[in-house]
Design a protein around this ligand. Structure first.
Ligand SMILES: [Fe+2]
Ligand SMILES: [Fe+2]
Length: 203
């Protein structure tokens, strides 16, 4: 009887150790909601910055803001779709209601925002999605962080060029992951493998 009990307890202990953890999504859902607000706000803000850059005659900067605005819209849609998969069907988007200042300051603000997202926000969200085994959210966050890294580089370059370049620029945005390229699209998207033909051209 005693041996049987110990055996049963032992088996229970082993099964408790071996049993896969029940999938958690609390942190991932909160992160997707926050990222959805962040991306939808950024998309609206960059659209406003693009209009301001056009008014100031900075066509190339305006094109970058438009391309990044589109990329953030794609990220917002990806996050929203992952939220729906986790049972959240009506997340609240963010808004941008401020009046933009000068383009140079707007580029600096955008660079700061991208840097925070790529260095702080998304790395934490990615870690938590991994810990909770949420592969869909993990993909959505990874698509976003890869594009934000590109945006930070592009904004830094745009700031340097601002004083001398008032002309035009063309950008290509991946419709799936929001990857953003200046001048021409890569043959296949290096982040999500989508074909070059499907990239969206932004001027
Ligand atoms: Fe971005
Ligand atoms: Fe892509």
């Amino acid at each position: 009887m005693r041996a049987g009990l110990w055996t049963a307890l032992g088996a229970l202990a082993i099964s408790a150790i071996a049993m896969p953890a029940v999938a958690q999504s609390d942190k991932t859902v909160a992160n997707l909601k926050a990222a959805y607000i962040g991306e939808s706000t950024a998309s609206a803000k960059y659209a406003a910055y693009a209009r301001k850059a056009d008014q100031e005659g900075f066509g190339a900067a305006a094109a970058l803001f438009r391309a990044a605005s589109l990329a953030e819209k794609i990220h917002a849609a990806n996050h929203k779709s992952e939220l729906a998969d986790l049972g959240v069907t009506d997340p609240k988007p963010g808004k941008y209601t401020a009046t933009p200042g000068a383009t140079a300051a707007n580029i600096q603000d955008a660079f700061k925002g991208e840097t925070y997202e790529k260095d702080v926000m998304y790395p934490k969200m990615i870690k938590e999605a991994e810990a909770e085994g949420q592969d869909g959210a993990l993909r959505s966050f990874t698509y976003a962080i890869e594009a934000e890294k590109q945006h930070a580089v592009l904004y830094a370059a745009a700031l340097k060029e601002l004083a001398t370049v008032k002309s035009k620029a063309t950008y290509f945005v991946c419709p799936v992951c929001g990857s953003t390229y200046k001048g021409s699209a890569p043959t296949d998207c290096p982040v999500c493998a989508r074909s070059k033909d499907e990239f969206i051209k932004v001027k």
